[in-house]
Design a protein around this ligand. Structure first.
Ligand code: ADP
Ligand code: MG
Length: 412
C-alpha cells in the first residue's frame, strides 16, 4: 500500500514538473496550443508515455496510471485535434504494454466524446467555474468504477480507487491553475505593450497637431491680407474657400487635442437632426465619387448634449468607413429616431465587404486597420467620444453582406 502511494506521488510530481517546465520555457498562446505540432501536445505525449510505462501496481490484477489526466488535459487546452491524437497514442501504448485494448477503447472513447461538450463548457467560466466543472466531470470516473467494484465486492480496492482518484483530481486542479495563471500573464504582457504603444503615438499625434497649428495660422493671415488686394471675383472666391477649409482643419486639430484632455464642462444642447444633415452633406461628394447613394430617414428635432464638432466627427468617421467598405456602387442608409428608453438611436448601414467575427473582436482597439493607408484610429476616437457623452456604439456585421453601426446617445 505504502509503496503504491509513493509511486503515485512520483507521478504527480512528474506531471506538475513537466507543466512547470512548459510554463517557464514555452509561452504558447491558445491558438498555438491547438496544433498537433505544439509543444503542449509533445508534453502530453511525454506524460502519457511515462505514466503508462510506469503504472502503479497495487495488487496482482489491479494497476493504476494517470493516463486519464493526459487525455483530459489534451482536450481541455489542446482542443479536439490534440485530444484525439493523444487518444490514438494511448491506444498504441496500450497495445505495446499488453493492456486490454477492447476495454480501454470503449472506456476512453466514451471519455473523449464526453470531453467535447465539457471543453466548451469549461472555457465559458472563470477559474473557479473551471475547477468546479472539471471536478464534477472527473468525479464521474471514480463513481462509475466504484459502483462496478462494489458489485464485484472488492471493498479493499474501492478504498484504493477513491484515494487515487482524489490524488488525480488534485493534480488536475493544480495543472488548471498553473495553465490559467500562465494565460493571464501572457494577456497582461500583451495589454501592457498595447497601451504603451498607444501612449507613445497619442503623445506624438498631439505634438504634431500642435506644431501644425502655427504654420496654418500664418498661412491664414497671409490669405486674409491677399483678400484685401484687387482681385477678380473668382480669385476672391478661391481665397475665401481656402480660408474656410483652413478653419475646418484647425477645428479638427483642436478636437484631437481636446481628446487628449476631455472637457465635458463645455457640453451644450445640440440639434442632432441638423448635425446629421451637415455630416451627410460633408460626405456627399466623396460618396458620389464612388457612385454610392446615401439615403436618410431622420426624425425632426432630435436633441442631445455634447460637443457639436465631436459628434460630427463620429458621424463622418463612420460614414467614411462605410463608403470605403463599399468601394464602388452601393447604398448607405442612415436612420435616426427616439427609442423607447430615453435614448436616441442613429443607425448607419452599408452593403459593403462586412467583417468576420474575428475582425469584429479586434475593432476599436487602436491601430487595427485593414486598409493600406488606414490609421485604425477612427473608430477608437468614435468610441471614446460616444462613451464620454454617456452613449455607446454597437456593431453588427456579416462578411460580404454589410455592416451596421448603431450609436445610442441619451436624449435631451
Ligand atoms: P481606418 O479607417 O483608418 O482603417 P478605423 O478605425 O476607421 O480605421 O477602422 C478600422 C477597421 O475597421 C478598418 O480598417 C476596416 O477594416 C474595419 N471597418 C470599419 N468600418 C467598416 C465597415 N463599415 N465595413 C467593413 N469594415 C469596416
Ligand atoms: Mg476610418
Amino acid at each position: 500500500m505504502l509503496e503504491s502511494i509513493q509511486s503515485m506521488c512520483l507521478h504527480v510530481v512528474f506531471i506538475l514538473f513537466t507543466i512547470l517546465i512548459y510554463q517557464v520555457f514555452f509561452n504558447e498562446r491558445d491558438e498555438e496550443r491547438r496544433k498537433v505540432t505544439s509543444k503542449y501536445y509533445l508534453l502530453m505525449l511525454i506524460i502519457l508515455v511515462f505514466t503508462m510505462s510506469q503504472p502503479v501496481v497495487y495488487s496482482e490484477i489491479y494497476k493504476y496510471d494517470f493516463k486519464s489526466v493526459a487525455i483530459i488535459l489534451s482536450f481541455l487546452y489542446g482542443g479536439k485535434r490534440v485530444g484525439f491524437s493523444s487518444f490514438l497514442v494511448l491506444l498504441l501504448m496500450a497495445y505495446f504494454t499488453d493492456q486490454n485494448l477492447a476495454v480501454l477503447l470503449g472506456n476512453y472513447m466514451v471519455l473523449c466524446l464526453l470531453l467535447l461538450p465539457i471543453t466548451r463548457l469549461f472555457h465559458r467560466y472563470g477559474i473557479k467555474g473551471k475547477v468546479t466543472v472539471i471536478s464534477l466531470f472527473y468525479s464521474l470516473i471514480p463513481i462509475t468504477r466504484g459502483i462496478s467494484l462494489l458489485i464485484k465486492g472488492d471493498e479493499q480496492e474501492l478504498f484504493f480507487e477513491l484515494s487515487s482518484s482524489l490524488i488525480v483530481l488534485a493534480t488536475l486542479i493544480a495543472v488548471v491553475h498553473l495553465i490559467e495563471n500562465m494565460k493571464e500573464q501572457i494577456e497582461m504582457r500583451q495589454e501592457l505593450v498595447r497601451t504603451e504603444k498607444m501612449n507613445v503615438v497619442s503623445q506624438l499625434a498631439a505634438s504634431v497637431a500642435h506644431e501644425i497649428r502655427n504654420p496654418m495660422t500664418s498661412v491664414r493671415g497671409f490669405m486674409q491680407l491677399m483678400q484685401k488686394e484687387e482681385l477678380t471675383k473668382e480669385q476672391q472666391m478661391y481665397i475665401s474657400i481656402s480660408i474656410e477649409e483652413l478653419d475646418r482643419a484647425q477645428e479638427i486639430i483642436n478636437q484631437y487635442l481636446a481628446l487628449a484632455k476631455p472637457q465635458t464642462d463645455q457640453y451644450e444642447i445640440i440639434d442632432l437632426t441638423s448635425t446629421i444633415q451637415q455630416s451627410i452633406d460633408v460626405m456627399h461628394s466623396y460618396a458620389i465619387l464612388n457612385s454610392i447613394h446615401i439615403s436618410q430617414n431622420v426624425e425632426p428635432s432630435l436633441k442631445i448634449e455634447g460637443l457639436k464638432l465631436e459628434i460630427q466627427q463620429v458621424l463622418i468617421n463612420i460614414i467614411k468607413n462605410a463608403i470605403e467598405a463599399i468601394k464602388s456602387k452601393g447604398e448607405i442608409k442612415i436612420i435616426a429616431y427616439h427609442d423607447m428608453s430615453g435614448y436616441i438611436c442613429i443607425k448607419i448601414k452599408d452593403n459593403g465587404v462586412g467583417m468576420s467575427t474575428d475582425q469584429l473582436k479586434k475593432l476599436g482597439s487602436p491601430y487595427y486597420s485593414t486598409k493600406e493607408k488606414g490609421t485604425g484610429l477612427g473608430l477608437t476616437v468614435c468610441h471614446q467620444i460616444v462613451k464620454q457623452m454617456g452613449g455607446r456604439i454597437t456593431i453588427h456585421s456579416e462578411l460580404k453582406k454589410g455592416t451596421s453601426f448603431t450609436i445610442k446617445l441619451p436624449s435631451k
